[in-house]
Design a protein around this ligand. Structure first.
Ligand code: GLA
Length: 359
């Protein structure tokens, strides 16, 4: 991967690649286009280094990809807002519409048309007090952008720690009441660039409930369902492929996993999930301050995008574990609020800890 393939200019702002290294020889790269996570180069059980974050070798490929969200920061609201609107203190807020469905319904997905994922952020590289390399991305989201109220300042910092983890810290504040629910949309394949699907990856999720997905518009219905006795039970570690073909309505409609899991949050910062591959011996443990995660395995991928290893990204080619607050909380008042008060500090931390492990 060449930095020069990420140097360009979008709307007059320079894009670039920011490469971080740690003392153990691991590296990770990021770009200020969408504040994206581009790569995470880690060894396998034989010591072979490979990249476990899906995506492309150049900015141009990100711009034309069928899957638009590889590695991107999602905002202002991750996930889908039913009918692209909600009521805020007796005022109807209309958001931009970027999804339309065959039956005429529509929605607002991942912050809208020119969302944070497609903006060029300001990026700066730094070193923290432990000597770890980090990159911070800044963005100003003006009031009314995509329909959202309030001028919002956002800072996302990625740190490559000396414990072989990538930490993502989210900081934000607004001058008016606004909903905010940020996440990162990286897809992983622990078998590296030549890895095929993720069906042989093991996954454990520390949560016993999920939100029902509405098959009409992929938003949530508001119903909370227990994972017990459903194919969405990942309480005990199991292969992603084990139950992905079970004829269960949420799996059929979501083309595999496409659901939000409510996590058992037993501390402010806690272990949410573990992803492992027997084939490569690589594992990722995800720790977070967030209350849940959206699991999606690329069920809609068609093979049209060719990734870094030159292979097509086909159905189930990667797994996204999007640590975030409850989706469409603005239309489901029984979910924890995602409203940010004026001048209140928004802070979330998610850490992806790499390890070599035996299953
Ligand atoms: C978008 C979202 C995914 C998934 C798919 C298919 O790409 O980012 O999480 O929901 O739509 O529904």
């Amino acid at each position: 991967m060449n930095s020069s393939d990420f140097k360009s200019s979008i709307n007059g702002i320079q894009t670039d690649l920011f490469i971080l290294k740690n003392k153990n020889g691991l590296s990770a790269a990021f770009t200020n286009y969408g504040a994206r996570w581009i790569s995470f180069n880690v060894p396998d059980k034989n010591g072979t280094i490979d990249d476990i974050v899906l995506g492309f070798n150049s900015l141009q490929e990100y711009l034309k990809a069928e899957e638009k969200y590889h590695g991107a920061i999602i905002g202002r609201i991750a996930g889908r807002i039913k009918r692209a609107g909600f009521n805020l203190n007796n005022k109807q807020i209309e958001l931009s519409i970027n999804e339309k469905f065959p039956d005429g319904s529509y929605g607002h997905l991942h912050g809208g048309i020119q969302s944070f994922s497609f903006r060029v952020w300001e990026g700066t590289k730094n070193i923290n007090e432990r000597g770890e390399e980090m990159v911070s991305f800044h963005l100003l989201s003006p009031a009314k952008e995509e329909g959202y109220p309030g001028n919002l300042k956002v800072e996302v910092t990625y740190t490559l720690s000396n414990n072989n983890s990538v930490k993502i810290e989210y900081n934000a504040s607004s001058d008016k009441l606004t909903p905010l629910c940020l996440t990162n949309h990286a897809y992983f394949n622990l078998n590296g660039r030549s890895g095929h699907d993720v069906l042989n990856h093991y996954l454990q999720i520390n949560g016993s409930e999920f939100l029902e997905m509405d098959p009409i518009d992929f938003s949530v219905t508001g119903k909370i369902i227990e994972v017990k006795n459903t194919p969405l039970d990942f309480n005990k570690m199991k292969k992603i492929g084990a139950d992905i073909n079970v004829r269960y309505y949420q799996i059929i409609e979501g083309r595999g996993y496409n659901s939000y899991f409510i996590l058992t949050q037993n501390a402010a910062f806690y272990s949410a999930a573990i992803l492992k591959s027997e084939e490569s011996g690589r594992s990722l443990e995800i720790l977070t301050t967030e209350p849940g995660l959206q699991l999606y395995c690329g069920g809609y991928w068609t093979g049209q995008d060719f990734g870094k290893g030159g292979l097509p990204y086909r159905k189930y080619g990667g797994v996204a574990l999007e640590l975030q607050q409850y989706p469409d909380a603005v239309n489901n008042r029984h979910f924890p609020t995602i409203l940010l008060e004026p001048n209140q500090k928004y802070y979330q931390l998610t850490e992806y800890r790499f390890r070599l492990s035996t299953i």
